[in-house]
Design a protein around this ligand. Sequence first.
Ligand code: AQP
Length: 323
Amino acid sequence: MRILSGIQPSGKLHLGNYFGMMKRMVDYQENNELYAFIVNYHALTSVFDAKKLQEGTFNAACDFLALGMDPEKSTFWVQSDVPEVTELTWLLSNVTSMGLLERAHAYKDKVVKGIPATHGLFSYPVLMAADILAYGGERVPVGKDQKQHIEIARDIAERFNATYGETFVLPEEDIEEEIATVPGIDGQKMSKSYGNTIEIFADEETLRKKVMSIVTDTTPVDEPKPIENNTLYEIYSLFLNPAEKEELKDRFLTPGLKYGEVKKELFGMIWEYFRPYREKRKGYANDRGEVMNILQKGANKARETASHYVQLARKNVGLYYWD
Ligand code: AQP
């Protein structure tokens, strides 16, 4: 199965990105053909500082590699190193109805969050469709926030195939229900633009402060704690196997549990969980040459696949005028 997904280099990696997408990507690479990339063209919709985008791209590459992306097994590259996707975006734009894009929640949400309402932001889902279709992605592991975008990509592929003949694979979203939306420290969806993230490579003090500031309810200590919509419970559960989750549930439902103590435990757990990745990340961060080399090789591999689909699309729409 060809699995594909990307991450924007638009800020520091957080638990939502990790559990919603990255961890699952890394797990998939054992038995699947994995395509993973850093979507810097997409980040241009919200990052307007060249230096920041450059650094963000390098940092995202270090994050992904440290977390287990294996460039020998998988194809790992930076989106803009295969500029054919921007051409494909144009070809797809012409079979994408305005209505389809006008219904996109992410556009409206991002404008509300203060991201400028540009044409780029509006057509973000078409670029995303091009990314998926250019590589023949069959399954796309994402968090729930991206569900509609994958549906749009599928609609666009269907429309293109119906208009010009079989060209693209129809992609399907891959969302894990239990971790579809990781909450942030304030209980809303964990999101860079809400400033409510728990960054996985933060230093010890920053991480401790973030975890200690997870918002909790005012249930008295000597009463059972709710587990529904309980942010602390939900974040803690991400690190547990099913049996451990049951134990945690029992602890919450038993009077006497102190949220402050659970937060301290959770901090320790997160710190230890990411310790080996932090070490590995330092190695990559200090070896720019090696990271660039990996990305270049990845781009060459990715380009071969993209060429196949983009050439086919060019031919099918009639751009091969000499034929
Ligand atoms: N809170 C989340 N829960 C589950 N999955 C999440 N993802 C993001 N937040 C959560 C998933 O992470 C992948 C990469 O996301 P992205 O690079 O597209 O970043 P994003 O969705 O833009 O992340 P943010 O933090 O929410 O950024 P802003 O504030 O800019 O919108 C995706 O698969 C996403 O689903």
